[in-house]
Design a protein around this ligand. Sequence first.
Ligand code: NAP
Length: 439
Amino acid sequence: MSEKAIGVAVLGLGNVGTEVVRIIEESAADLEARIGAPLELRGVGVRRVAKDRGVPVELLTDDIEALVSRDDVDIVVELMGPVEPARKAIMAALEQGKSVVTANKALMAQSTGELAQAAEKARVDLYFEAAVAGAIPVIRPLTQSLAGDTVLRVAGIVNGTTNYILSAMNDTGASYESALADASALGYAEADPTADVEGYDAAAKAAILASIAFHTRVTADDVYREGITKVSAEDFESAKALGCNIKLLAICERLTSGKGKQRVSARVYPALVPMDHPLATVNGAFNAVVVEAEAAGRLMFYGQGAGGAPTASAVMGDLVMAARNRVQGGRGPRESKYAKLPIAPIGAIPTRYYVNMNVKDRPGVLSAVAAEFSKHEVSIAEVRQEGMTDDEGELCGARIVVVTHRATDAALSKTVEALAELDVVQNINSVLRMEGATA
Ligand code: NAP
């Protein structure tokens, strides 16, 4: 015989909440069999109760506080978004001994500590699989499947909007502005795309991934961040010539010094990725995360990183887990932050670079440019040069593309500053990192 019903409150009935409520209702019998008790929807929190949504009106409320506090609510599923009022509602739920499931990456990247502490104190679950990469299971594999391994690196395409824009630029040769306009028209970019194109969304996800992978509390403020707004059609041309694509990557890395001292790096930026790397061919709005662990080697997770139904799949996984724990007793894994590794500054991070510059068409230019790299101990791996013509077809300069071996960000920054001062350099067009290449 089934156990007492598990009462669920869903906060938010938008893209994700609508799908979660649908699955709870349509799959009730299967969910009951999997959990060992029926899931019963006690109420749904929204802003506008009067709006017709195909959900019985008696379930809707705009009084989030009262819904969360109901005695017959065991699990609160937060799908409202922004940080507030979500934080307040989740804290209230946890303090009253309710388990919480959320998809709120901005909140989890900012307030994990506070929320995890409240969950710990009340001895309840706080699950957030849907906060990173939508439907793709990546939080649970990192927290549970790899709990006995040592994660070395997590690198992913975790923002569908920017991947859609960059894929369009790569496929059609479009400018950033035109690809963004198309993405907005097709609903892939929001009216205000700042959080996506400036990398804030990816940085929040990088913070969550780094915290779990390295057992260290990492917040969005610890993540170095550059967006995609300066990536040009010309960068894609050069990337193709170098056998690469350009992707916005979220990278979380365990760095070990020669003396064995460990640090964590978490960073988000657009980077050239060689076409033989698994992330180079992840296109459109899809997400993918590559995890490298000491014993497991390389693992890749790929799928739909957003959208109502895919995200609801991850939310439902968490909801079933939290409900099972209620029925069977016990809890899922709690926050693990024992390692407390320091965060490495971006200047200390070694990667390869691509530098694209316009120079005067004069003998000796190449050696003057090469000398600046050498002076700052940045070793050159590859140089490409092509003549540039003016409107009359006259040769007016040259474009030089330099690809370096691994160098620190600090050394490269000094090199670029020095190059910009050279009389023969007309303009530094762009500087991008190259990730996933050997050497
Ligand atoms: P959404 O479509 O904008 O829906 C938000 C819902 O929350 C609406 O039903 C809204 O009520 C309700 N709401 C907002 N503020 C409220 C308040 N102060 N009081 C009561 N209700 C309030 O959002 P979504 O796309 O479903 O996203 C929900 C969460 O999932 C966010 O944290 C988001 O970051 C995360 N997420 C979304 C996706 C995705 O693909 N959409 C993917 C991964 C994670 P009204 O309907 O009355 O306005």
